[in-house]
Design a protein around this ligand. Sequence first.
Ligand code: NAD
Ligand code: ZN
Length: 348
Amino acid sequence: MNALVFENIGHIAHTSVADPQILHPADAIVKVAVSAVCGSDLHVYHGRETGLDAGTVMGHEFAGQVVETGSNVRRIKAGDWVVSPFTTNCGQCYYCRIGLTCRCTQGQLYGWVQNGHGLHGAQAQYVRVPLADSTLLTFDAAMPPEAALLVGDVRATGYYCAVQAGILPDGVYAVVGCGPVGLMAVIAAFELGAQQVFAIDTIEQRLQLAQQFGATPVNATLQNPTAVLHEATQGRGADAVLEAVGSANAMQLAYELLRPGGTISSVGVHTTETFAFSPIEAYDKNVTFKIGRAPARHFMPQLLNAYFTSPYNITDIITHRFSLQQGAEAYRIFDAKEDGCIKAVLLP
Ligand code: NAD
Ligand code: ZN
C-alpha cells in the first residue's frame, strides 16, 4: 500500500510499504477514507519529539471502513464505517474505567514506532487497529467521514481542555492558540456554558474562525493579550486559560493571563524539560494546573451525537484537502500555515 513515512527531521515521504496484517485476534484492519495532519505530527516533523524510527507510517487521525477483523472481534464488523481515537484502549483496565482512556495500560499511539516497537499510523491506505472492539466507534452514514475524524482527536481534545478548565457561565476565559485544537476548545467552552471567551493567536484567518465560533479575537501581534484580559476583568485576569499550543511561550502567556485562584488547562503537547513558570509563581497565584493527553475515546460517543445537534459546523476548520501523494506538501503547507491553511486532510 501507499503511505506517508517519517524519514528524518523535516522529511516525510510518500512511499510503498507492506500492507498491515491482523497480528492479534483483537485487531481489525481499516481501509482509510480520510486521514489528517495534526499539530502533534509537527513535533516529530521538527524533531522536538524524538525517538521515532525511520520508516514509521505517520498519522493518528482517520476514519474509514473495516475490511478485516481478528477472530476475537465481536462488536465491529467488516463494512462498518469507523473512527478511532488517536490512541487505542482496552476498555477494561483501571484507567479505561475511570474515563482516562488515553492512559490505558495496553494503549498505543498510532504513528509511533520506536526501536521496532509500537503502532504504525493512518496516513496510509490501510491501518491496523489493535483492541478494535473497545477502540473503534461506528458512526452514522449521515456523518461525513471528515467530521468523524475530527471527533477522534481535535474535537475531543478541545472538549477535554474546556472540561478541565471548569467553565462557569459568568467566567471570563482565554484560549491560547487558535489551531484546530484551540478552535475546538472555543466551541467546547461555549457548549459548556461560557459567555465570554477571548481567543489569542497571531494568524488572522484562524482568529476570524474563532470569531465566527463566538470568541472575541485577540491578535497578539497587534494587541497585548494580558492588557485585554485585565481590561475585561477589572484587572484580575482570566478565570481559566485553555492552552492549545504546546510551547514555553504559550505557557508563560497562559500564566500571565490567569487571575489568582484560576485554572490553566493545557492540552498543547509540551516538549521542554522544565515548566515555563516557576513553583514560586504558581504559589503566588494559587494556580490550579491541569495538563495532559486527552482521553478522546471517553468523550467520542457524546461528541459524535453532538454533530447532529450542535450549531457549530466543526468541518469549517478543514481548509485543505490533499492526496496521499501530495503528503510532503501537505506537511509543509500545514506547518507554514501557508495559504490560510488551518486543517489539512489526506484522501487516499
Ligand atoms: P497548530 O500548530 O495548527 O496550532 C497552534 C496554533 O498556536 C497556531 O495557530 C499558532 O499560530 C498558535 N500559537 C503559537 N504560539 C502562540 C503563542 N505564543 N500565543 C498564541 N498562539 C500561539 O496545532 P493544533 O493541531 O491546533 O495542535 C495544538 C497543540 O495541541 C499541539 O501542541 C498538539 O500537539 C497538541 N495536541 C494535544 C493533544 C492532547 O491530547 N493533549 C491532542 C491533539 C493535539
Ligand atoms: Zn492529532
